[in-house]
Each structure stands twice: as structure tokens, then as C-alpha cells.
Design a protein around this ligand. Structure first.
Ligand code: SF4
Length: 310
């Protein structure tokens, strides 16, 4: 299979920038928003303590004190990114952004969509936090706007989900995908490579499961050990080893090769956390990791989708 012509980039995968340009003919930027949500995996509704890698602090804005409104966050984000993009997606990023009654969700999402040049929503959440009325709300938005739902999965293996205290299982993820399919909502899944106890085969099985589902996008990143998390403690007391850069790059390339060529690769590295970052050191140099992934695909002379069995 040759590299598809609709990837208008020099990379060996379908990146988000190319996707926006294909769809809207211009640069689009996702503006991260902290709308003050919490998480059922932290407050006891599902579990306490959260996922073992989650630092639980929320955005930098939240750490500073009172959160600005959604509209204010969009205005300042637009000012910052306006030289690089003409349209924006309001990205409800922090914690579980569907964890509220549907009327509150409607109010927050409407506030975002009423801002000039905001053409859609991207909503980060958990597979077990999607009430039918929430899905109906998103379906309604999808008729007028560009809507993504970002579901944290991390691994398709229940043994891993249990070990990392995700508080949901793979069946709940599959149910969520099923419930959202055919409603005009674009689905993006988040996975982590390097989770404790996972073999290469486990990672590839997660990728194969995603490749076989009606999923439009993916975010992949390596496991990071952060100060103040359960995983950070495991790292410090040497009960886990974190993945090496070479292994991560090789596994990302393996994963990309089996994903559909139309699946948008929204992220291949982890973000932020410098003040509480423990390890692995290499993960902080995002550009170096991205270059290494592209170099690895070049070395193999392969690209995303080359082994996709659609
Ligand atoms: S689901 Fe997200 S916000 Fe909730 S504990 Fe896990 S990583 Fe943190």
C-alpha cells in the first residue's frame, strides 16, 4: 500500500494538521479548557485515588486559583494561537468533561460554541461516564458543529485496567463506542504504551482492537512517572521499570502500521508536567521523540496503515 495522497504532510502518518486542512482548508487549533470538572475515579463515585499515573492537580489555571469562565479561556487561547490558526475547537480537557448533569453540560458547551471562530468541540472523558442524554446532546451538536469525543482507554486488557486503577473495564469501553457510533460524533481513543505488566503483544492487541472499531482518531503516549502519584512511588521504590525511548519508538511504529490509514493521529507524545516529572527523561523532548518515530518508519520503509486489515 502506497502512502495515501490525502496525507498532505512529510510524515508517515495522518497527522491532525493534515486532517484539519483536508476538512476545513485552513489551520485549526484545539483550545484546551478547564471547565472545573472532577473525576468519578477520584471522588469515590467509581473509585478513590484515580489512575495510578494521574497527578490530580488539573490544569495550570486551576492550580493558580479561581478558574476563568469557558468564554474567557477561549478568548485568551484565541489571542495566543490566532497567528497560527483561523478556526478553533473548544477542547474540554481537564478531568472528566461529561461528569455533570446534562443541563450543566449544555450550558458549558453552548458557552464555548457561541464564541467567534469556534467551529466545534472536543470532549475528553471516560467510557463509563456517558449517560444516554449526554450522547443525545452531543449528537445534536454534531448536526451543526464538528464534534469529537475523546475516550481514555489506555489498554484493552482488563488485567492492566485493574492494575492501573482505571475504574472501568474493556467492555464498558466497547459499550461506549457502540453507543456513540452512527451519531455523527468523531471518536478519539487515548492509549498508553509502557504500562506495567504489558508485553509487546498486549500493546499490539490494544491497537488491533482499536483498528477494528469505528474510531476516527487516536492519541498515544508513553507512561510517565510523576511526583505525587502512585506510579511515581512505584518508580522511586524501583518496583516498576519505565519503557526506554528505543522500545517506545519501535512500538509506536508497530501500532501505526496496523491502524487504518484514515485514522487521525492526534498525539504521539506526552504533554507538560515539568514541575513534577520524574521519568523517563527522554519523554520530555517531544520533538526528538517525534523525529525518532518518523525515522523509524523511514528505516522500515513503512507507514501508518501498511498492515491494516480492514
Ligand atoms: S480518568 Fe483521567 S482524570 Fe480520572 S483519575 Fe484517571 S487520568 Fe485522572
Amino acid at each position: 500500500m502506497a502512502k495515501p495522497v490525502f496525507w498532505k504532510n512529510s510524515k508517515r502518518y495522518y497527522d491532525l494538521k493534515s486532517y484539519w486542512r483536508n476538512l476545513f482548508g485552513c489551520n485549526v487549533h484545539k483550545l484546551p479548557i478547564d471547565a472545573g470538572f472532577t473525576c468519578p475515579n477520584r471522588d469515590g463515585r467509581v473509585a478513590y485515588g484515580g489512575c495510578i499515573y494521574c497527578d490530580g492537580r488539573g490544569s495550570k489555571l486551576r492550580q493558580k486559583g479561581k478558574l476563568p469562565s469557558v468564554a474567557e479561556q477561549i478568548q485568551s487561547g484565541k489571542k495566543f494561537y490566532k497567528p497560527h490558526a483561523s478556526k478553533f475547537i473548544a477542547y474540554f480537557q481537564t478531568f472528566t468533561n461529561t461528569y455533570a448533569p446534562v443541563e450543566k453540560l449544555r450550558m458549558l458547551y453552548d458557552e464555548a460554541l457561541s464564541q467567534e471562530d469556534v467551529i466545534g468541540l472536543s470532549i475528553g472523558t471516560r467510557p463509563d461516564c456517558l449517560a444516554p442524554e449526554t450522547i443525545t446532546l452531543l449528537k445534536g451538536y454534531a448536526q451543526k458543529y464538528h464534534v469529537w469525543l475523546e475516550l481514555g482507554l489506555q489498554s484493552i486488557h482488563d488485567k492492566t485496567l485493574q492494575l492501573i486503577n482505571r475504574g472501568h473495564n474493556s467492555q464498558q469501553f466497547l459499550d461506549a463506542i457502540h453507543a456513540c457510533t452512527g451519531r455523527g460524533i468523531n471518536l478519539c481513543v487515548h492509549i498508553i504504551i509502557g504500562l506495567p505488566g504489558e508485553s509487546d503483544k498486549d500493546v499490539l492487541q490494544t491497537a488491533q482492537s482499536i483498528a477494528a472499531l469505528p474510531i476516527n482518531g487516536i492519541k498515544i503516549h508513553s507512561l510517565l512517572a510523576l511526583e505525587g502519584t502512585a506510579l511515581g512511588e512505584m518508580y522511586k521504590n524501583e518496583s516498576i521499570k519505565l519503557i526506554t525511548k528505543e522500545k517506545y519508538v519501535s512500538l509506536v511504529a508497530d501500532v501505526l502500521e496496523i491502524l487504518p490509514p484514515t485514522m487521525v493521529i492526534q498525539r504521539l507524545t506526552a504533554e507538560g508536567y515539568r514541575d513534577i516529572f520524574l521519568a523517563p527523561d527522554w519523554a520530555m523532548n517531544k520533538l526528538d521523540v517525534l523525529n525518532a518515530i518518523n525515522r523509524e518508519l523511514e528505516r522500515r520503509d513503512t507507514h501508518q496503515g501498511i498492515y491494516y486489515k480492514g
